[in-house]
Design a protein around this ligand. Structure first.
Ligand code: DAT
Ligand code: MG
Length: 150
């Protein structure tokens, strides 16, 4: 079982797509662990995107992620990290697979709607950055045995 951080970024919040993103993750079979609607401040933005500091798009990225609220969530399931990245689609919407969120709703890399952790290590770091331990809910769904085989 893996846990991964998902952000519905400011453009998707402004466009009324929070429900669309949640619906796709629920439909995929993933299980919600935590959710928080957050106005991101510069400090959190810089910690979240620390790996991109110094890149040409960094300042624009910080301005984007702090420009309106984001819906921060943790989702879990078998292979959750890869599954969620696939549901979001490639970073550039024009390279994202048809049927993915970035394909279906996006055009440019600077307004690509969502964030998802890209490895077990970053997932753990990002979940810890965005949520306190007591905000993460461990629970079981009656349907899990029909979706998860372990
Ligand atoms: P992802 O969000 O798919 O994990 P990333 O970690 O490489 O992609 O980059 C983080 C975000 O930074 C990405 O969602 C959009 C922005 N970004 C990445 N590359 C960019 C570029 N070449 N020009 C503008 N923005 C970029
Ligand atoms: Mg990334």
């Amino acid at each position: 079982m893996e846990r991964t951080l998902v952000l519905v970024k400011p453009d998707a919040v402004q466009r009324g797509l929070i429900g669309e993103v949640i619906a796709r993750l629920e439909r995929r079979g993933l299980r919600l662990v935590a959710a928080r609607f957050v106005q991101v401040d510069r400090k959190l933005a810089e910690r979240h995107y620390a790996v991109h500091k110094g890149k040409p798009f960094y300042d624009g990225l910080i301005a984007y992620i702090t420009s309106a609220p984001v819906m921060a969530m943790v989702w879990e399931g078998p292979n959750a990290i890869a599954a969620v990245r696939q549901t979001m689609g490639s970073t550039r919407p024009t390279e994202a697979a048809p049927g993915s969120i970035r394909h279906d709703f996006g055009l440019t890399v600077g307004r690509n709607l969502t964030h998802a952790s890209d490895s077990p290590q970053t997932a753990q770091e990002e979940v810890n950055l965005w949520f306190k331990p007591d905000e993460l809910i461990t629970w079981e769904r009656d349907l899990d045995r029909w979706i998860f085989d372990a």
